[in-house]
Structures are given as structure tokens and as C-alpha cells.
Design a protein around this ligand. Structure first.
Ligand code: PLP
Length: 456
């Protein structure tokens, strides 16, 4: 077979892709009909596809390219590390400098006494680690019956059997025998969709108190941990009412339930702080990290664990680990990514420049006739599409139909914005400039106008 390169005609590449490449969350039948969009290169916040289109990536890949595309420093570090030590494992009393340096740096950056890192290759793997870790923790403390992990409906924590079970996506549970036993889901703090006549504050409190009720129903001696994202990402960028997280923290403290903050999206500056836990004011016992840890330049994830959890875990060998736990190339690249975030004050840019600028423009989209609410924290935002702005009504069409049309209009206007049902979401690279924000909002407005016209 001749070499397959960027220079081949798009249609030929698409046909080969549909014939041989099975994509996540996609049918190949659909790909064979429509063809996948082929991304050939990227720089800053801009993607180039095989047709030469320049597309503004308002999703930072999959919520991960925090420092933007095309940073040569990361390529150089990867190349250097590959030549020096391309792989060694961290099992059996061995280690290497990239894993030592990255875990030390993460201990410095993470809040409170989160000082210990168990590495994984992805967010899903890290959440699988968490399932085994919290159950082992309680068993080692003499309470093996504490094995239930409480999560939330419409949460996303990954796609492996364990992490997919923690997630609350019913369409995922329908395939492959999920969820595993001893995972319990409570309702999400999604006021816009589910708040009815309650005020957001009362609703936030009521949804948090479902955790307390679940603990009482299941039995305090049965519950190991509660896992949640500070702000739900893949569920539709759902920003909880301000009353929600303080109440969750109170309940976790009262019943001695380990709190796992899934920081896979919220971590590394997305919300204007190093971690979403800081933004919402919680003190997790474990944080799940991935994505922005390496800005997606290398696959790497992990669990950052408190002194207390680490001390208990240390009383026995943890029979768990991945070949690529702390992979030296991924760790070296992640460390360089963190250096860039720190030295270039990327988080200050989100907090003081891009975040406030975007907030003003984004929230103004709420004036559009198709938009019910437009909210954003840092650089993580959503808009709810609705047929009647003032009533929080849903469309008569199947959920997601209008969101899909809007997403297609975004694509046609060279903007990558995702839809979750009938919510549109953004999570651009954190280095986005104010001029690029202008372009993003202009294109989003045009897509909304076109979508609105199409619905009439
Ligand atoms: N947790 C959250 C909050 C996520 O958004 C994701 C992925 O989108 C994951 C975990 C899973 O991470 P990965 O896809 O790296 O396995």
C-alpha cells in the first residue's frame, strides 16, 4: 500500500478512515456517508483541515489544549526525553526523574495536603484507580463494608468499565453491562433544566441534601466516597448554584465520606484557578487529573491524594498500576506544560483578561432570541437553547435536534463548538486573546442567527 499522507485527496482519506478506523461515540456508517473532518495541523487556537479551512477551536480539542497548539518547547522536551529514556516503568521499586519531578510539582500546586500522585494514562484510568483506592482505603481502616461510591446522574467520569459506571450517562450504561455494583447516582444540580419553580439557591441546597439522604438510606457504614466535577463539563457545562458545594462539603465532613473532585476538565486553569476545587471552595481528599495536565500533548492522567489517604494506603501494597503510569515522555511533557502555564501566567490571563472579557460577551448572548441562559466560569461556558426565552421551555423536537443544527452552523462558520442536547458549550484554549474571543463570539452569533432562521 502506498503511503497515506496529508497530501491525499480528502475523499480518499475519508473513505479509508470509514473503512478501517472505529471512532469513539460515532458510527462508521455515518462516517461513510458524510466523511470525517480531517484536521491536518493546528497553531494557537486555530485548526487547519484537509480542505485548508481555518477553524477556531472553541473546545481546546477535547477540553485539553490549555496552552494552545504548536508549542515547540513541548516537542523538544519529548524528543530529548525519548532519546534519553523513552520508557521505564515505575513498578518494583524503580523510578525516574520525570515522574519524580512531575509528582513533586503537582504536590506543590495542589491545594491543602494533596501531596501524593498515582499516575495513569488517562482520566478514565485515574478514576478506575480512585474506585479501587477508596475501597482499599476503607478496607485497610477496618471498614470493608464502606464500598459504595456516590456519583451523579449526567456526570461524565470516563469510558472504561469503572469510570463509565461512575458516570451517570444512561446511554453508556445501556451498553456492556454497566454500572458495576456499589455505585449509586443522585440528581445533578442542574437548575436550568430541573429547578422548576425553586430559586437556584434553594434548588442547589436541595440537590446537595440528596447526598445526605442517600448516605442515610444506603447506610453510613456502606458509603466510601462521593465523586463529582466542580463544574460538570461533558454533561453540558452545568454551573451549580452557589449553595451547592458548601453543603456537599459539610455532608462529606459530617459522615466522613471521602470527597473525590474530578478535575479532568476543571484543572490546570480552566476556571481561573489552578483547580476547580479552589474556585468552588472545597477540600477534596482525592483529585482526578488528566487533559490540561499535558495540554493534551501526551496522554497522561492521575490521582492526587491527601496525606491521610496516602498514609493509610501505605499500610499495604496496592495491587494496581498501569504500564504507562508516570510514563517518562508524558511526564516530561506535562512538566514543561506546567512550566509554561506558570511562567507565562496563563491562569492570570484567564482570571484577569480573557475570562472577564469573555464573560461580558458570552453573557450578552442571552439576549439572542434562541438563548435562555448564557453562563461561564473562567473559560468554561454554556448556553441553553430554548423556544421560549422566559420560560426555560424545551423544544418539541427530540432533545439535541436543535443543538445539532446549531453545531453544524458553527462548523459551517469555522467554529468548533459542541452541543450537549440543546446546550452549546465552549472551553477554548486558555491562551485565547481578546481579538480571538471577538471572532469566537461573532461566529457563534452568526451560527445562532442561522439556526434560528432555519427553525422558523
Ligand atoms: N473525567 C472527566 C470530568 C472528563 O471530562 C473526562 C473526559 O472527558 C474523563 C474523566 C475521562 O478522561 P479520558 O477521556 O482521558 O479517559
Amino acid at each position: 500500500m502506498s503511503a497515506i499522507t496529508n497530501h491525499m485527496p480528502t475523499a480518499e482519506l475519508q473513505a479509508l478512515d470509514a473503512a478501517h478506523h472505529m471512532h469513539p461515540f460515532t458510527t462508521n456508517k455515518e462516517l461513510a456517508e458524510k466523511g470525517a473532518r480531517i484536521i491536518t495541523r493546528a497553531q494557537g487556537v486555530t485548526l487547519t483541515d484537509s480542505e485548508g479551512n481555518q477553524i477556531l477551536d472553541a473546545m481546546a480539542g477535547l477540553w485539553c489544549v490549555n496552552i494552545g497548539y504548536g508549542r515547540p518547547e513541548l516537542a523538544e522536551v519529548a524528543s530529548r526525553q525519548m532519546r534519553e529514556l523513552p520508557f521505564y516503568n515505575t513498578f518494583f521499586q524503580t523510578t525516574h526523574v520525570p515522574a519524580i519531578a512531575l509528582s513533586s510539582k503537582l504536590a506543590e500546586l495542589a491545594p491543602g495536603d494533596l501531596n501524593h500522585v498515582f499516575f495513569a494514562g488517562s482520566g478514565s484510568e485515574a478514576n478506575d484507580t480512585n474506585i479501587r483506592m477508596v475501597r482499599t482505603y476503607w478496607a485497610l481502616k477496618g471498614k470493608p463494608s464502606k464500598s459504595i461510591i456516590i456519583s451523579r446522574k449526567n456526570a461524565y467520569h470516563g469510558s472504561s468499565v469503572g469510570s463509565g459506571s461512575l458516570g451517570g450517562m444512561t446511554y453508556m450504561h445501556e451498553q456492556g453491562g454497566l454500572p458495576i455494583p456499589d455505585v449509586h447516582h443522585i440528581n445533578q444540580p442542574h437548575w436550568w433544566a430541573e429547578g422548576g419553580e425553586m430559586s437556584p439557591e434553594d434548588f442547589g441546597l436541595a440537590r446537595a441534601q440528596e447526598l445526605e439522604q442517600a448516605i442515610l438510606d444506603l447506610g453510613e457504614d456502606r458509603v466510601a466516597a462521593f465523586i463529582a466535577e466542580p463544574i460538570q463539563g461533558a454533561g453540558g457545562v452545568i454551573i451549580p448554584p452557589a449553595t451547592y458545594w458548601p453543603e456537599i462539603q459539610r455532608i462529606c465532613d459530617k459522615y466522613e465520606i471521602l470527597l473525590i473532585a474530578d478535575e479532568v476538565i476543571c484543572g490546570f486553569g480552566r476556571t481561573g484557578n489552578w483547580f476547580g476545587s479552589i474556585t468552588v471552595g472545597i477540600r477534596p481528599d482525592i483529585m482526578t487529573i488528566a487533559k490540561g495536565l499535558s495540554s493534551g500533548y501526551q496522554p497522561i492522567g492521575g490521582s492526587i491524594v491527601s496525606d491521610e489517604v496516602a498514609a493509610v494506603m501505605d499500610s499495604a501494597e496496592f495491587n494496581h498500576g498501569y504500564t504507562y503510569s508516570g510514563h517518562p515522555v508524558a511526564a516530561a511533557v506535562a512538566l514543561e506544560n506546567l512550566r509554561i502555564i506558570e511562567e507565562e501566567n496563563v491562569i492570570g490571563h484567564v482570571r484577569d483578561v480573557a475570562g472577564p472579557y469573555m464573560k461580558k460577551k458570552w453573557e450578552a448572548l442571552a439576549d439572542h432570541p434562541l438563548v435562555g441562559e448564557a453562563r461561564i466560569v473562567g473559560l468554561m461556558g454554556s448556553i441553553a437553547l430554548t423556544p421560549h426565552k422566559d420560560s426555560r421551555a424545551k423544544f418539541a423536537s427530540e432533545a439535541g435536534t436543535v443543538g445539532f443544527i446549531c453545531r453544524e452552523r458553527c462548523f459551517a462558520n469555522n467554529l468548533v463548538m459542541r452541543h450537549v442536547g440543546d446546550r452549546m458549550i465552549i472551553s477554548p484554549p486558555l491562551v485565547i486573546s481578546t481579538e480571538e474571543i471577538d471572532t469566537l463570539v461573532e461566529r457563534a452569533t452568526k451560527a445562532l442567527d442561522e439556526c434560528y432562521a432555519e427553525l422558523k
